[in-house]
Write a new protein. Structure first.
Length: 215
């Protein structure tokens, strides 16, 4: 109980040295080239959805937009990693995650707007206080909601398994950036792989929503 209280009351901050990514190689005058260009893996699911969606609803348009924005803002962040540039990156993650949640829940417009405002507020709250707690509620909560919603659906279990696996790999590669760079003989960093696994994970979220006739 004490640990739960401490978690709720203490700040969850950006880890010290988080922005110090190991692969700083430049190419074509683009700094941190592989960490920047690997965000194309995040853009690809948006292009896939643009070509395969069954209806052009507002929420499907917003999902395509937010996935595209995530690829752009993450690329922008990796050009010059800092608390200032990561703001737009995590803003895209928070708002995009909420769009996925709204598509699944299929609620009223007013409720949708409130949840979206909460996503924006969670990042502003971090900027003002240094506390990631509200952002992490969205970042962790939305995938957990997807799992809880669909784990009994036999037709979606393989897609759900791959989505879960990708989320685990995103976490492992993100926090083993330097180690992966070392064991691959400076070929590829953990953070570059993170973007690839994130793109695959987003693709399978889209597949889940399509199989459930949400897109």
């Amino acid at each position: 109980m004490k640990n739960i209280i401490n978690l709720l009351t203490n700040k969850i901050t950006v880890p010290q040295g988080y922005h110090d990514f190991v692969d700083k190689r430049s190419f074509l005058r683009i700094p941190n080239f592989l960490d920047v260009i690997s965000n194309l893996a995040i853009l690809l699911p948006a292009l896939y959805l643009l070509q395969t969606r069954k209806n052009k609803s507002l929420l499907s348009n917003l999902l395509i937009l937010h996935i595209s924005l995530l690829a752009i803002t993450s690329g922008y962040y990796h050009l010059n990693p800092s608390d200032k540039t990561v703001f737009w990156d995590i803003m895209s993650i928070a708002t995009g995650s909420i769009i996925v949640l709204l598509i699944i829940m299929n609620t009223t417009t007013e409720y949708n707007l409130l949840l979206y405002i909460f996503a924006v507020f969670s990042i502003i709250y971090w900027k003002k206080t240094g506390d990631l707690k509200l952002y992490l509620l969205i970042y962790i909560g939305v995938p957990l909601y997807i799992i809880a919603k669909y784990y009994k659906n036999n037709n979606l279990q393989i897609y759900l398994f791959i989505m879960i696996l990708c989320n685990i790999l995103v976490w492992l590669t993100e926090f083993n950036d330097h180690y992966i760079y070392k064991i691959t003989n400076n070929l590829v960093s953990g953070h570059t792989l993170k973007h690839i696994f994130a793109g695959i994970g987003i693709f399978y979220v889209i597949k889940i929503l399509q199989k459930d006739n949400k897109l």
